[in-house]
Design a protein around this ligand. Structure first.
Ligand code: AMP
Ligand code: ZN
Length: 116
């Protein structure tokens, strides 16, 4: 999709260090990390948000979660735990309209989820 920064990263038009890649997804570090580990997993194909997942995407989304878990093991944060986060739409605080799964960990995480 034109003018989508995560499509640009997936298509290698923007240079980013890729931490994981398979046929359908890639992972890279968040540019503005909020914890020692902050990795984003995105599908190579443009899907705007969780609200736009179709039946055909079910395996893809399972793969994203599975690969995030594998990355947590590789980075040694699985024993202490971590967060997996999909922000969705305006109220969910989603800023980039290309679905992405945040893997956040490496420290005890402060929890604040409340209405603005
Ligand atoms: P969200 O608020 O869930 O849409 O998260 C978007 C995330 O993308 C934020 O954590 C940003 O720091 C991150 N981000 C934005 N642009 C880039 C980029 N070029 N490379 C890596 N991460 C980015
Ligand atoms: Zn996109």
């Amino acid at each position: 999709m034109q003018d989508c920064i995560f499509c640009e990263i997936a298509n290698r038009r923007i240079e980013t260090e890729i931490l994981f890649e398979d046929d359908d997804i890639i992972a890279f570090s968040d540019i503005n990390p909020i914890a020692p580990v902050h990795v984003l997993f995105i599908p190579k194909k443009h899907i705007e948000s969780v609200s736009d997942i179709s039946k055909e995407d079910k395996m893809l989304m399972g793969n994203m979660i599975f690969q995030a878990k594998e990355m947590a093991v590789r980075l040694g944060i699985d024993k202490n735990g971590y967060k997996l986060l999909f922000r969705t739409g305006q109220d969910g605080g989603q800023e980039i309209p290309h679905i992405h799964l945040h893997l956040i960990g490496g420290a005890k995480l402060y929890e604040e989820i409340r209405p603005v």
